[in-house]
Design a protein around this ligand. Structure first.
Ligand code: NAP
Length: 282
């Protein structure tokens, strides 16, 4: 069997077109959805990501307010900016680019965000609402994973889903979303006793561990859907967490790296910003 390739670029373009239409509907009523992006320090990867976000937002008709702060910014200065953005009616979404410089307490900053503007879905109120089955802002990469699963035509209800990685930003929210979609979810991590066995039983595999090709192709159950969230740089090339070629021999559908989950994250960030604008001002 050779897997269908799930084209993240194409699905992301569809999401961005939907966002642009919703942003235009808001604009017709005099509301311009606004996203504030806060970047502290000069991490080059973060800077590229922020630039890409800004361009995609402008193309979708979402206003972007960039706040590029020096690495020497204090906790109090950053907290004051967050408070100002919380109170700014033109700002519907606030994204504080992580990781923050080591001297800053990221959790304290996230806790200070207005949950209604928390487009990364990290505030404890949004996390609690997600796990309680209530409407909430949900982290962008997990939303992108779900959208790709839907686009691939994969049946979620009753499916066995294995998520590898339990981070607050990726693995845990993916598990919550799959559970809400009636999959039977197993959440694996670095202490999982039999990772190969868990993966081998899964109808849906979502790999988010950040270890190049750690999920071996031979583990994949024939006919499974494989979503590879991993982005690892190996010898100057981007490599996923799944051993792609042998996995694609067994899977029914699989995402490539790059061109799978990656393009979805920014698209879902814009979707979250417009959702927030509709909720607050629509
Ligand atoms: P993270 O915070 O480092 O979490 C990694 C998780 O994987 C942890 O829960 C860890 O377990 C688990 N893990 C590590 N080694 C493992 C192993 N050998 N076997 C099983 N589990 C293992 O990473 P993250 O932020 O969630 O990101 C995960 C990956 O997704 C990274 O490659 C990252 O670059 C990528 N990513 C991509 C996007 C995108 O837009 N495409 C967005 C975000 C992240 P413990 O909890 O036990 O330590």
């Amino acid at each position: 069997m050779t897997a269908r390739i799930i084209d993240g670029k194409q699905v992301a373009a569809e999401v961005r077109a939907e966002v642009a239409a919703r942003a235009a509907a808001l604009a017709a009523r005099g509301v311009v959805a606004g996203l504030a992006v806060v970047l502290v320090g000069d991490d080059p990867a973060s800077a590229v990501y922020v630039r890409n976000k800004t361009r995609a937002a402008r193309e979708a008709g979402v206003a972007v307010f960039d706040h590029l702060l020096p690495a020497t910014t204090s906790q109090a200065e950053l907290a004051a900016l967050v408070q100002r953005l919380n109170g700014d009616p033109a700002v519907d979404g606030i994204l504080v680019q992580l990781p923050l410089p080591a001297a800053l307490d990221a959790k304290a900053i996230v806790d200070q965000l207005d949950p209604a503007k928390d487009v990364d879905g990290l505030h404890p109120v949004n996390v609690g609402r997600l796990w309680s089955g209530l409407p909430s802002l949900v982290a962008c990469t997990p939303l992108g994973v779900m959208r790709l699963l839907v686009a691939s035509g994969t049946r979620l209800r009753g499916a066995g889903a294995v998520v590898i990685g339990r981070s607050n930003l990726v693995g845990k929210p993916i598990a919550a979303l799959l559970l809400a979609a009636d999959a039977t979810v197993t959440l694996c991590h670095s202490r999982t006793a039999d990772l190969a066995g868990e993966v081998g039983r899964a109808d849906i595999v979502v790999a988010a561990l950040g270890r190049p090709e750690a999920i071996r192709g031979a583990w994949i159950k024939p006919g499974a859907t494989v979503i590879d969230v991993g982005v690892n740089r190996v010898d100057g090339k981007l490599v996923g967490d799944v051993e792609f070629a042998p996995a694609a021999e067994r899977a029914a559908a699989i995402t490539p790296v790059p061109g799978g989950v990656g393009p979805m994250t920014i698209a879902m960030l814009l979707a979250n910003t417009v959702t927030s604008a509709e909720g607050r001002r629509g």
